[in-house]
Write a new protein. Structure first.
Length: 268
């Protein structure tokens, strides 16, 4: 605190971050500027191809582990830590910032309700560079009105079968694991939705063409097609028919990181 006008005491650095977070910010900035830089960012933007070299850099420097519990293979770090990292990466490349951001978006439903086995496999795998995740909510006929989804699931033997189309899925075709929301019956609206983990190599999973975007290039966007895709029962996330709750809570948790991305772009 220090004296202000009229003797009023005001706080120094009222909106500052803790010292350890500022140190982390400096570390991320150094990695991004030295290992990516604006020249490589421009190349990524021109080519519009996923930068596997950048993903490798993030893995080697443990940035892909940020935001995941240590007990499941991550390095810890709260939402603010993750937001600082996204902000710093976005200063150089908004597309590269989506590499950790989208995997975490796909992983948040597992943080909320996933089994320990799901968390151990996917959180640790993301941290080690073995897995990337995407979040499959939007459909051709349901954007903001998520409960209008028509991707359906049904029980099939000891597992589930999913059919439908997910649209504008960030990371599709590069990610190998997908958090997919599907409904038991469209007439049930929010009460009929469940969440599942689907892998690229599951029978019935395929992808549409690469969308050519005006910005955030180098981060692929495609449709995801589920044609009677069969998955085992242990791919259900949390409780059946609770998917809409998981989806909305996930978006609530993720919005601050989108703000951090925008802040980084503004500084770049």
């Amino acid at each position: 605190m220090k004296g202000g006008p009229g003797g009023v005491r005001v706080a120094e650095n009222l909106f500052g971050l803790p010292e350890e977070l500022e140190e982390f910010r400096g570390l991320v900035r150094e990695i991004v500027e030295e290992r990516i830089g604006f020249d490589r960012a421009a190349e990524i933007d021109d080519a519009d191809e996923f930068p596997w070299d950048v993903h490798k850099t993030f893995v080697e420097n443990e940035l892909m582990a940020v935001g995941y519990p240590e007990e499941f293979g991550g390095s810890g770090g709260a939402s603010l830590t993750f937001a600082v990292m996204v902000e710093e990466i976005s200063r150089v490349s908004a597309g590269c910032a989506l590499i950790p951001l989208v995997s975490r978006l796909g992983a948040i439903p597992l943080m909320l309700a996933g089994s320990d086995d799901q968390k151990r496999e996917l959180f640790g795998g993301i941290a080690r560079g073995e897995h990337q995740m995407s979040y499959c909510l939007t459909e051709p006929g349901s954007g903001s009105d998520s409960v209008a989804m028509t991707t359906r699931y049904s029980r099939n033997g000891e597992g589930f079968e999913l059919s439908g189309t997910k649209r504008f899925i960030t990371g599709a075709g590069v990610s190998d694991a997908y958090t997919v929301f599907a409904t038991r019956d469209p007439a049930e609206r929010a009460k009929g939705i469940s969440a599942f983990v689907v892998y690229t190599d599951d029978p019935g999973v395929s992808f549409g063409k690469l969308e050519h975007k005006m910005g955030i290039r180098g981060s692929p966007t495609r449709e995801v097609y589920l044609d009677h895709a069969r998955i085992p029962a242990d791919r259900l996330i949390g409780e059946e028919l609770q998917g809409f709750t998981y989806a909305m809570k996930t978006l609530d948790y993720s919005r601050p990181t989108i703000a951090a991305q925008a802040l980084g772009i503004a500084q770049g």
